[in-house]
Design a protein around this ligand. Sequence first.
Ligand code: PEP
Ligand code: CO
Length: 444
Amino acid sequence: MNRPWTPDSWRQKPVRQIPSYADPARLEAVLTDLAALPPLVTSWEIETLRSLLAQAGRGEAFLLQGGDCSESFADCTSNDIADKLKILLQMSLVLIQGATKPVIRVGRFAGQYAKPRSADTETRGDVTLPSYRGDMVNTSEFTPESRRPDPDRMLRAYERSALTLNFIRSLVEGGFADLHHPEYWDLEFVRAAQSPKYRERVAALERSLRFMETIAGPRVGGVLSRVDFYSSHEGLNLYYEAAQTRRPPRREGWYNLSTHLPWIGDRTRALDGAHVEYFRGIENPIGVKVGPSIEPDELVALTEALNPTNELGRLTLIHRFGSERISQGLPPLLEAIQKAGRAVVWCCDPMHGNTEATSSGFKTRSFDRILEELKGAIDTHRASGTILGGVHFELTGDNVTECVGGAGGLSEEALQECYRSQVDPRLNGDQAIEIALLLADCLA
Ligand code: PEP
Ligand code: CO
């Protein structure tokens, strides 16, 4: 893997899931614009996250990654953004209590605008059009104009990401996440957040806070009044990613400055493909989704290509098997990685292997299967002597009806009430807090 690399060397490789733009001149003009705009994140934030992920790999911290399957331009609003932070913050507090370790909060936000699709086209009646590939590429309306990949949407995605991050940074600086004031980050409608169990955990956390401050003084309080969030998205549209890949002053190497933690999806992780080529050259911590179709040898080869120096924190493997396959599928991968001595952070995505369609045509996921996969992951890692370093969810602070089950007993019939996701179904606020409480019990 000592072949020369540039941010654009992926263009020489077989590429999957990237739109073909009809106007190459416009595409290049957009990429030139994107390359000149300021970075969205900094190399030092990226380096900090990489070392935090190394802690997760050693079992000293726990990664909580979550957010929309696909962000939409329309949802770039103050409420939507604040609710995303609140739900991640609430879940993280529950997990800190359960796992008794620091939690690293990483949002699927500020760039999660491009989606892989199982089919390139969609047919309705006798009309066939390109598939919707996320707001960075086209729009979901079923018309030829809406579905045409438009390079200018990359600029719109960059701007929306910047607006999102700007607001997140202001909220964090402004003390919205100050742990002394849990009333600020209550989600009003989340019934689970009113549950005695949740209240109990938050109260316990407040007591520990006061205890620590009494012992160590206000310095501790200062640390706790600031809570960090990192950004992540699937690095799918390599035009967008490469245009924001820079060599920051006084640093060695190239950084993708559009996000802290980009990941490669399960459909684009081919060893000889364009995505692996691009990702091998950047300094960011990166993720790779791995599903049932990967072979153990192939996974080891991927870790060698993507993390040749075998540094812990660089590479997070996000397994997503489905509740029925995890206990069979995961052990051979854990064993192969252990045997090869590869340093990785293991993370469980209990969402993407558990997607099903209802008879009325809704894409949904069952709360019970999501929980079952999490439990399967915890048990399997314990049995193998490996460390589950984190979890990856599709969720929203919103009161949507997309996944069935949970304490509220959301039924298949209720899915139509508020189904808003344009791609995959997300846990709603109630379900997200509930899964965090149950997960916290399992980790304790
Ligand atoms: C996703 O995370 O939305 C996704 C498409 O996942 P995967 O690559 O695991 O299928
Ligand atoms: Co998804």
